[in-house]
Design a protein around this ligand. Structure first.
Ligand SMILES: [Zn+2]
Ligand SMILES: [Zn+2]
Length: 118
């Protein structure tokens, strides 16, 4: 190998070397991120964490019953299925009459019965 050969810019080799280093750096970064990712996956798959997520999903899927039970049907105010509103009823309170509100089935029935009785 002569001195003149060493002076030639070996562009292709340089690019290949840069590419190899970048590739290695990315691989290293991914390898370093993997434990954190695994930890998140591991936590998310734990039964107690899944239970929290499922409970939150259940609450979000169901509308809360906004019946003013103690006022609307005081005789059986404890029948409310608080997070199982299934129909839209109307307020019958003096201050805010006729506003649409979600009601659970027992509350709707109790309200209807009370209205029927008068
Ligand atoms: Zn109610
Ligand atoms: Zn209710």
């Amino acid at each position: 190998m002569s001195v003149s050969d060493g002076k030639k810019p070996q562009l292709a080799d340089t690019l290949a070397e840069v590419g190899r280093r970048v590739g290695q750096a990315m691989t290293d970064a991914l390898e370093r991120a993997r434990p954190a990712f695994d930890a998140v996956t591991e936590v998310a798959s734990r039964p107690e964490v899944r239970a929290v997520f499922e409970r939150a999903e259940e609450v979000l899927r169901h509308r809360p019953c906004l019946c003013m039970c103690a006022t609307a049907h005081p005789a059986d105010y404890d029948i409310c299925e608080t997070f199982h509103a299934v129909i839209t009823g109307r307020t019958n309170l003096g201050a805010v009459p006729n506003v649409p509100i979600p009601l659970c089935a027992p509350c709707a029935a109790a309200r209807a019965a009370r209205e029927f009785v008068g």
